[in-house]
Design a binder for this molecule. Sequence first.
Ligand SMILES: [Zn+2]
Length: 361
Amino acid sequence: MAGGRVSSSSPSDLLQRIKGFVRSLVEDLSNDRPPSVALDRYRNYCHDPSGNCTCGDNLPNGKEIISVERESHAYRLLVLFRVLLIIQQLLQENKHGSKRDIYYMHPALFLEQAVVDRAINNICILLKCSRQHLNVVPVGRGLVMGWLRFLEAGRKIYCINSPSTVYPIPVCLEEVVDIVSVARFIIVVEKESVFQRLANDRFCERNHCIVITGRGYPDVPTRRFLCLLVQHLHLPVYCLVDCDPYGFDILMVYRFGSMQMAYDANLLRVPEISWLGVFHSDLQKYHLPDRCLLELTSDDKKKAEAMLLRCYLQKEAPKWRMELEVMLQTGVKFEIESLSFNSLSFLSEYIPTKIHDGSYL
Ligand SMILES: [Zn+2]
């Protein structure tokens, strides 16, 4: 539940709130007032260097007024109503649909998926609920393997019977129960290629662990699943990303959540996550040859400079911030896979050694 903002998000409560919302718009119209919607604004970081902000507390930060009087807002309101109608129908009929299904109901109006995604986020804020309460199910992208078993909608998902077999991460987390594991740690990897490498190396069998990937920027089910595992299993969690601004940003999404879904950050972030690598210092430590290094592009530099200003890095992760500064100063980046220049199985040694030596941040 989003920050404990409301007591219930049952379908009947949400339908009541939708009715109330529509009623207020009709009142606006019948009183000759241009209809407008006031949305609480949430953010998970700002650029205030003083550290005195309230980002991360899951509290609204002002309001955004969407008014039909402004041309760009009129389009947003139209999209919001259309998506709200679809969600109302899903709730009334107790059916589920994906974000993609919703997009394909009016592609000429919505133009692109991001427009629908934004409307869904706005509706969550408006109705004070989380996305799963709207009967909107994501299309899962995340993968898991390792020393783990659980029930998903009554089905036994026994990853542990074959710890190197890859399973999709469940999309309806409400249906996941009875999580059991004797793993020693959880490792989150940025990329599917690294995940596959670890599967081929039978990494989980050897290291009694659970491995997860969101295949790039993690989606909602991957982040919720990771939160669920951490809550139930109380295991240490480590994250392995490329040494570049995108890898760093992905790492931050796991730890702090994303700006788009800041209204639900408490459900979607893992503050306990440690950064295992790859660090800039691994360059010297593992004698990485120059041919494996790439120069930061101007876009990379802009992204890194903007990230350096985020308040949560100052407040909660100054050591991470320093690594980012080093990356920017040296102007080079490299991928996790480049560490395998000598041996394909290098990562299978690198990960346990780093955990054993405590060389993570
Ligand atoms: Zn802030």
